[in-house]
Design a protein around this ligand. Sequence first.
Ligand code: DUR
Ligand code: ZN
Length: 151
Amino acid sequence: MSKKIVDSVVKFADLDDQTKNLINEAVKVRKLAYCPYSNFQVGAAFRTPEGDIYTGCNVENAGFTPTQCAERTAMGKAVSEGDRKFTACAVAAFQKDSFTSPCGVCRQFMMEFADEDFPVYLVKDEPEINNVLCTSVFNLLPYGFKTFVEK
Ligand SMILES: O=c1ccn([C@H]2C[C@H](O)[C@@H](CO)O2)c(=O)[nH]1
Ligand SMILES: [Zn+2]
């Protein structure tokens, strides 16, 4: 288990092509968000060790509580296609002044599949203009609950 990722704010232009692509995928899927109650579109993209990318948007519900975040949509898609390992993730919303950060439920959901710590890129409305925050699952959920079962 590694907890070596240090949070950093970086310029989009300085990221490697794989990461730029991951962020662009999160931005693309953001438009598909079903969010008639909050009007807050979020897109997420997760990369697997093979380089595949799973994307997801938030899916809201009249009952509010059943609302599913973009991150969990993407991870649910991956797991149901047989992919349970991730090497990076990007989350894109439309906030201009702050980075939209995964909610507590999504952090716990990410922890379930974080055998190795992986970078989490948080982007603002326009990642190519604004800076990107690079954090990690373990930085977002320090001392999070994990039973280390074999998956
Ligand atoms: O990281 C986040 C934060 C919020 N939301 C969604 C949940 C809800 O639909 C809307 C407003 O909270 O944004 C996500 O999908 N991911
Ligand atoms: Zn969430």
